[in-house]
Ligand binder design. Structure first.
Ligand code: CA2
Length: 155
């Protein structure tokens, strides 16, 4: 496991994202979660950051990881909460409880899909939101966290 420091970014993926690349390529594209991990590691490395990349199908595990990230004072979290986006007060509350910036990231444009996907509990607590760029959204989120972190360390 990566030593968690101010030069670490957590990339957390929620329910069913382990299935990426196996179904619904018209919505989520052909890439697998392994491909996303590679993209995140390469992007973070270019900024001198390490990545802790995880996926869970369990809401409580995601909450535990958000709390862990807060306790470790890492640089930021890229969070694709999957379906929990639209249901989870617990994930919202966990983000509110930490001072680490969270970039909510979705592969698809949740605002151009079913009306019930237009609402996110997570967005109320997130520092920033990215959606609709496919898996490149993860790289954009990491670039954003690196830029925020550089700005913070100048202060
Ligand atoms: O667009 C996204 O990244 C989502 O967070 C993906 C979630 C969905 O519930 C959100 O509304 C938007 C779904 C994750 C499940 O991903 C699958 C990928 C391939 C096959 C089956 C599920």
């Amino acid at each position: 496991m990566t030593k968690s420091t101010a030069k670490t970014i957590y990339v957390l993926n929620g329910p069913n994202l382990n299935l990426l690349g196996t179904r619904e390529p018209q919505i989520y594209g052909p890439s697998t979660l392994k491909d996303v991990e590679k993209l995140c590691r390469n992007t973070a490395e270019a900024h001198g950051f390490a990545v802790e990349f995880r996926q869970s199908n369990h809401e409580g595990v995601i909450v535990d990881w958000i709390q862990e990230a807060g306790a470790n004072r890492i640089a930021g979290i890229v969070l694709n909460p999957g379906g929990l986006t639209h249901t989870s007060v617990a994930v919202h509350d966990a983000i509110k409880a930490i001072s680490v910036p969270v970039v909510e990231t979705h592969i698809s444009n949740i605002h151009a899909r079913e009306p019930w996907r237009n609402h996110s509990y997570v967005s109320f607590a997130a520092k920033a939101v990215i959606c609709g760029f496919g898996i490149q959204g993860y790289a954009l989120a990491i670039n954003g966290i690196a830029a925020m972190s550089a700005k913070k360390s100048k202060r």
